[in-house]
Design a protein around this ligand. Structure first.
Ligand SMILES: Cc1cc2nc3c(=O)[nH]c(=O)nc-3n(C[C@H](O)[C@H](O)[C@H](O)COP(=O)(O)O)c2cc1C
Length: 191
């Protein structure tokens, strides 16, 4: 498949299971994140690999932390999250390093750069035939979950999780918006 066709055919999906990517494929996927555009060579993107039994521990941590911080999941949402993560062979926690030593590059540019690194991961996973989904559930917006993953809120902007696995079913091709609805040509006023 051409690169363009790969980009056009990616669809996020939670319908995944084991096996996950091999170690070689994980390295390939993560290497694409290192190619993300990055102002000032700050390399702000950070990832934690969560695998095997630790994925269940992440689900436990999220449920416990959300409850402790006054945002408990209802039973249906908890079950859905546990079912999804219970099938997942690989989870990547994503954060952007704030780096207070650099005041020249605004913080939002680091976050954008980390977002583009995730985009490369989603496309690389798809290109290798895996399904993936970026989620800011799983206790992303708690204090305790990022902290337990080593992403202290003073140093990192935590950006959630990418869950990757083998496809249970081919994801449905979403209808995408028309380019013309999002793009226009600038005509300068030359008066
Ligand atoms: C930063 C970020 C966080 C997201 N978090 C969630 C989430 O918590 N729950 C959810 O249902 N979709 C979430 N999404 C959307 C899905 O990852 C996915 O993009 C969406 O379902 C559309 O599918 P597509 O990627 O095939 O267009 C998030 C997307 C982004 C960019």
């Amino acid at each position: 498949m051409s690169v363009i066709d790969t980009l056009l055919s990616r669809n996020s999906t939670k319908q995944i299971t084991g096996p996950g990517p091999s170690e070689e494929q994980i390295q390939q996927i993560l290497s694409t994140a290192m190619c993300a555009p990055d102002h000032g060579r700050l390399r702000p993107w950070r990832f934690k690999r969560i695998e095997g039994e630790n994925i269940g521990r992440l689900a436990d941590l999220a449920v416990k932390t959300l409850a402790a911080e006054g945002k408990p999941l209802n039973p249906t949402k908890e079950k859905n999250m546990r079912d999804w993560l219970g099938r997942a062979p690989l989870v990547l926690a994503v954060a952007s390093y704030v780096d207070y030593s650099n005041e020249r590059i605004p913080q939002h540019e680091r976050i954008i750069s980390t977002g583009t690194a995730v985009m490369n991961i989603l496309n690389a996973a798809h290109s290798l035939g895996f399904g993936a989904f970026w989620s800011t559930g799983i206790g992303t917006y708690t204090q305790g979950v990022p902290e337990a993953l080593g992403f202290d809120e003073l140093e990192y902007q935590f950006l959630g999780f990418v869950v990757i696995g083998s496809l249970i079913a081919q994801p449905e091709q979403k209808e995408r918006p028309a380019v013309a609805d999002h793009v226009s040509v600038w005509e300068p006023n030359l008066d």
